[in-house]
Write a protein that binds this ligand. Structure first.
Ligand SMILES: Nc1ncnc2c1ncn2[C@@H]1O[C@H](COP(=O)(O)OP(=O)(O)OP(=O)(O)O)[C@@H](O)[C@H]1O
Length: 654
């Protein structure tokens, strides 16, 4: 029987591995934002096999406490100690021994649960293919995902797994690491009562069978769900109003003269008592003060539970918490890059937004502009300058559409940060894998932009297709690197899009066509050198024109320019064209003539130089993006140790 059918965790499953005993302790945890204490000295301890529920009204500080446990960086300063077997939980310990299941299930929408679990296993373990299949089968069976193992996970846009199935998939992925502690933020949110009861009883079985610590926040548990917890912590206004065995809450409330009414839900009752929105502040203060008085008294009673907790915390602080298990060997960087590359390839093929959707948009947009500039396919005198404008559209519009990549990379980065923090792989492995995949995809995008619009409709010079494609792919890659930088630099994708569009506009403005480079004042002139479109246009014009000839002009040794349009034939305006519309017979002559007005255009080939500059600009943005990615993934602050006074206070008031 599976969880899906309301059953229990399959006991004694050897593939999931039973952990050695461990103790998770937090002592005197505080969180201060701009001088305001959000968490006020919270302490507690949870043993392996136990489930702790942190309950409290909205704004009580449940999420903040979870963030403190999970070393999440935030706006404030954290104080206190969080330990596992008396070792302070640092980011590297966290990666090895902790798994977090966040409130929002953030999965790869285009993978199936089987693929997602398999890839997570391959990223974190060095198992053989056969062992991997066994582990994956076991997780799928135990998490009740058998029926949906080959269904795409889905998201808000594509239909996929139900909320409960997604939550179980999150848990399956969290278990792949074989953690000692699992932290769950609101695991029942969005689930109906039956699903919530089923998943909580499942957690209880899981904690016992794998001997792991589970700590979760929960908003308003039903009686059935509440009865499944081993320990409960009641929070209000960042303070503790109860911490101890969940089954003891009723007796405690009786002791302080706030008994649970008959047939009432204990959690609901206590939440009513500590909620300032529904109860008088006096009553809430009474609950906090009563707990402080009770815990102070009981901590001194050698037979009490609270005394044992205080002792346990003191032991942990003194380093008498036992050793931590040695984590299983993890795959090397190359193997991780290979697995990530496999995942990125599957996602690229299935998710059209990132590349293939853009390729279609490029094809349509460039073909559209080719039709608008249909006359420019004729290599005639009057059309010569319009070739330049067509190139501007043919590269400018695809680059502008790169703004889509900012959103896509931003969404991707949310998942990447989570996976890196969970210790699945290093950020540099991700950057490496995504960069490898980007390269061929830039050629796909270049082919889409160039082939139909440029070569079929606008009749670009076919022998130069390879060179032109290289130019396109490089320029698109440079803009892709810009998009990736802004996607990771700004957590809000709208800001990233704004930054990208600003850079794109600047690139257009300073491409040497809109305003002569010589006229641009310093320091703005620097943009003429560091943005890629100028180099692209120069080389694209040269590549397409230099081996061709233009009708309406002829070589003329008597004319100082070496050509004239007076007696030329073949152009509709031949002979009658004004000297202004006479650009030249050879591609070189036309390039020089166009360059009189648009000074960045010239007949001299600067292809290699331009290509290298474009690539250098791309590399610069890539390096910046990589640094920001690595920094953002590592931006986790450890807890500062409590002050002497606060540690003493903590020992007194568990
Ligand atoms: N940036 C901030 N500046 C000041 N106060 C903040 C900030 N972020 C959160 N808080 C405050 O911290 C308190 C605890 O918030 P937290 O999100 O932990 O509550 P919660 O118990 O998880 O609530 P809920 O159940 O509604 O999610 C709240 O009173 C909130 O207003």
């Amino acid at each position: 029987m599976t969880v899906e059918e309301g059953g229990n965790f399959v006991k004694g499953n050897e593939h999931l591995g039973k952990r050695a005993d461990s103790i998770f302790t937090f002592s005197d945890c505080r969180y201060v934002i701009k001088g305001k204490e959000i968490l006020k000295g919270l302490s507690g301890t949870v043993k392996s096999g136990e489930v702790l529920a942190i309950v409290g009204p909205s704004g009580a500080g449940k999420t903040m406490l979870m963030n403190v446990f999970s070393l999440k960086s935030g706006p404030g300063r954290r104080e206190g100690r969080v330990t596992l077997n008396s070792r302070d939980v640092t980011l590297s310990k966290f990666k090895k021994y902790f798994s977090v299941v966040e409130q929002q299930d953030n999965h790869w929408a285009y993978l199936t649960p089987r693929e997602a679990i398999t890839l997570a296993t391959e990223l974190q373990h060095t198992y053989s293919a056969e062992q991997t299949v066994q582990i994956v089968d076991s997780l799928i069976e135990n998490m009740g995902l058998t029926g949906c193992q080959n269904t795409r996970v889905g998201n808000q846009f594509i239909q996929g797994l139900s909320g409960g199935q997604k939550r179980r998939l999150s848990l399956a992925i969290a278990l792949v690491k074989k953690p000692c502690v699992i932290l769950l933020d609101e695991p029942t949110s969005g689930l109906d009562a039956a699903a919530a009861t089923s998943i909580m009883s499942f957690f209880k079985d899981l904690a016992q069978n794998l001997n792991i610590v589970i700590a979760c926040t929960i908003h308003q548990p039903s009686t059935k769900v509440y009865n499944g917890f081993d320990l409960a912590m009641v929070l209000t206004g960042g303070r503790s109003a109860f911490f101890g065995p969940a089954s003891f809450l009723g007796d405690y409330l009786q002791l302080i003269d706030r008994p649970i009414p008959r047939n009432s839900n204990p959690a609901e009752h206590v939440l009513d008592l500590v909620n300032r929105e529904f109860t008088s502040p006096k009553e809430v203060d009474y609950m906090i003060d009563s707990w402080k008085a009770y815990s102070d008294k009981e901590t001194r009673n050698p037979d009490s539970y609270l005394h044992k907790i205080a002792e346990e915390i003191a032991n942990q602080k003194k380093g008498r918490g036992g050793s931590l298990p040695e984590p299983e060997p993890s795959p090397g960087a190359l193997s991780q890059v290979g697995t990530l590359l496999k995942r990125q390839t599957i996602l690229t093929i299935r998710d059209p937004i990132m590349y293939f959707g853009r390729a279609v948009a490029f094809l349509v947009a460039c073909t559209f502009f080719s039709f608008v500039y249909l006359e420019s396919r004729e290599r005639t005198q009057s059309q010569a300058p319009y070739k330049l404008f067509l190139f501007m559209w043919h590269i400018g519009v695809p680059c502008a559409l790169g703004v889509v990549a900012v959103i896509a990379y931003n969404m991707e980065f949310v998942s990447i940060k989570r996976e890196v923090k969970q210790g699945q792989y290093s950020p540099s492995s991700y950057v490496f894998a995504s960069s490898i995949l980007q390269l061929p995809m830039m050629f796909v995008l270049g082919i889409a932009a160039l082939t139909v619009g440029g070569y079929c409709v606008s009749l670009y010079h076919v022998p130069m297709y390879g060179q032109m494609l290289m130019l396109y792919a490089s320029t698109l890659w440079t803009f892709e690197s810009m998009a990736q930088l802004f996607a990771v630099q700004f957590p809000n994708p709208l800001l990233g899009m704004l930054a990208y569009m600003n850079l794109w506009f600047s690139s257009f403005l300073f491409c040497g066509i809109m305003v002569p480079e010589a006229d641009v004042p310093w320091p703005l002139k620097v943009f003429c050198y560091i943005l890629p479109l100028k180099y692209f246009l120069k080389s694209a014009m040269h590549t397409d024109l230099h081996e061709t000839t233009f009708r309406g002009a002829m070589l003329d040794s008597e004319d100082p320019r070496g050509f004239s349009c007076r007696n030329a034939t073949g152009d509709q305006g031949a002979g009658a064209e004004s000297s202004l519309a006479c650009y030249g017979y050879t591609g070189h002559q036309v390039l020089d003539s166009v360059g009189v007005t648009y000074r960045s255009i010239e007949s001299k080939s600067t292809y290699v130089e331009d290509l290298l500059i474009i690539l250098a600009i791309g590399i610069l943005f890539k390096v910046m993006g990589t640094l920001v990615t690595i920094t953002a993934c590592r931006a986790q602050k450890g807890l500062s140790k409590p002050s002497k006074e606060s540690s003493t206070e903590e020992e007194e008031t568990t």
